[in-house]
Design a protein around this ligand. Structure first.
Ligand code: AMP
Ligand code: MG
Length: 489
């Protein structure tokens, strides 16, 4: 594999590959035939300290395909385990390579990972590759999440490989460059707990503390503090998902990042009509990862995380279990605190009153009964005048609206500021499935990337109400609603 010396702005450090060899396998990407840039995130490149201009064309495609390894990178495939739909499995990066950690001009550190870069020792029966549509999908949704203000891995580039991948039918192959605070997962802890001696978990926990929670290193019990901090970030993250109607689709423990970022966009999607039972993933037949169940699953995953930390929580294992259980039992209340705070803000409420939860729940159950669009209903509330739709003249709604207006009168904030607050919390534009699919189809079937570029532009300012992007607010027609995403991506 040739390495190129040049001023592309690469500045790698490789702390993860200095951990014991148990944690990963050294592996370089398998070169591809004809890498071409499909989409490149210039703004993100600049913020990483990269030379965006030099990387925008074929030079960039050479790096982002793995054909050329940046100077200083030490490529590895990371080992991890995970509970998939509740069942424990050994996994690891089967189609991804971590190039290393890019250190930015402001001394931040980000994993740079190529997804779809060829087989690794963890590939099992997979081909190590990825198809173009799902990689573009991850690019679109992760960047939309970022613009919405939700912690997430980012997407730096998608390149096409010039090689087909076979997913039932032949599809164009592609590689996504993913940028993450780290790729340490709940499943990474599960892997180390299963595979190593007594030193393994403290080593990984210390590494994680230093990297993501440095202030906690000096806590009385840093490991208990780590557990609480991870729970806090997940509670906050899940509250944000629920607030925007984001459904992850495969909340396996290997798809939950210890950093608190949303990670691994597979069969994920945004909900249109409000319904807690919404599931998009074709393989989730029991609805384990349905919208309304996501907070419970987060708690379940965090319990798996806590289990790996038990030996560090107390010398006496019974004590340790009690401590862990207490922590995990506090998750629903922590989640509820974050969620309620966010939902109040969506209704323009800054102060807290006892009836607020009921006010919110009444609106949600009205939406469910009337199959109202989740995003547009909240957005409509931010306008001076409600849209003239039969739905908003419905008696149960007008009753609720009067009640909400009375509640708003208890706020000392002027109406105009309330509306501004609400507009900054209730997105006008989300990546609606039918529009995402339309963009992917144009790209994959006709090599037309302009549909996606226009969608990406609109998604950059989701809280703006620009007339030129108003068409993205239209919900899918009933015929477009029966949307499913498929795994084996
Ligand atoms: P995911 O559902 O994308 O989170 O992936 C679950 C596991 O399957 C991970 O260990 C992936 O690396 C692995 N995997 C998914 N697709 C492939 C593939 N095409 N080739 C090899 N491994 C894969
Ligand atoms: Mg995964």
């Amino acid at each position: 594999m040739k390495q190129i010396k040049n001023d592309f702005g690469w500045h790698f450090d490789n702390t993860y590959s200095r951990l014991p060899e148990l944690y990963y396998a050294r592996q370089t990407p398998v070169p591809v035939r004809t890498p071409r840039m499909a989409v490149f995130n210039e703004a993100l490149a600049l913020s990483l300290g990269l030379n965006a201009r030099a990387l925008a064309d074929d030079q960039g495609a050479a790096f982002f395909s793995g054909n050329v390894i940046p100077e200083g990178a030490e490529p590895i495939a990371q080992a991890y385990a995970g509970h998939q739909f509740g069942h424990f499995t050994m996994l690891g990066d089967g189609r991804a390579i971590l190039l290393g950690e890019q250190v930015t001009p402001t001394a931040e550190r980000f994993d740079i990972q190529l997804k779809g870069s060829g087989p690794t020792p963890f590939s099992r029966r997979g081909d190590g590759r990825a198809a173009l549509a799902p990689m573009l999908r991850e690019y679109i949704i992760s960047e939309a999440m970022h613009a919405l203000g939700i912690p997430t891995t980012r997407s730096l580039a998608v390149v096409t490989t010039g090689e087909p991948v076979f997913r039932g039918i032949a599809q164009p192959g592609a590689i996504l460059t993913r940028v993450a605070a780290s790729h340490i997962r709940v499943g990474t802890f599960e892997y180390v707990a299963t595979h190593s001696d007594r030193e393994g978990i403290p080593l990984l926990a210390d590494y994680t503390l230093r990297r993501h929670y440095p202030k906690l290193v000096v806590a009385d019990n840093p490991y208990l503090a780590l557990l609480h901090a991870v729970m806090e970030r997940q509670a906050s993250l899940l509250a944000m998902w629920q607030q925007v109607g984001f459904i992850h689709g495969v909340m396996n423990t290997d798809n939950m990042a210890i950093s608190g970022e949303t990670i691994d966009y597979g069969p994920c999607a945004f909900m249109d009509v409000y319904d807690p039972a919404t599931v998009f993933s074709s393989i989730d037949r029991s609805g384990r990862y349905a919208y309304g169940n996501q907070p419970n699953i987060a708690q379940w995953n965090l319990a798996q995380f806590a289990r790996t930390l038990l030996p560090l929580l107390h010398q006496d294992i019974k004590e340790a279990v009690t401590i862990a259980e207490q922590a995990i039992e506090s998750f629903p209340a922590t989640f509820q605190r974050h969620w309620l705070f966010g939902m109040r803000a969506r209704l323009g409420l800054i102060t807290e009153e006892d009836g607020d939860l009921n006010l919110i729940e009444t609106l949600l159950s009205w939406m469910q009964q009337h199959e109202a669009d989740y995003t547009n209903t909240f957005r409509a509330l931010t306008l001076n005048k409600l849209p003239d739709e039969p739905l908003f003249h419905e008696a149960a709604f007008t009753d609720w609206h009067t009640r909400w207006q009375l509640r708003l009168d208890h706020e000392s904030t002027p109406k105009e500021s309330t509306q501004l607050l609400m507009r900054a919390r209730n997105p006008a534009i989300i990546p609606r499935n039918h529009r995402v699919e339309e963009a992917l189809e144009a790209a994959v079937e006709r090599s037309d990337f302009t549909v996606m570029e226009r969608l990406l532009t609109a998604l950059k300012t989701p809280y703006d109400d620009s007339p030129s992007h108003r068409d993205y607010q239209t919900p899918p027609a009933p015929s477009e609603r029966a949307y499913q995403t498929f795994c084996g991506t």
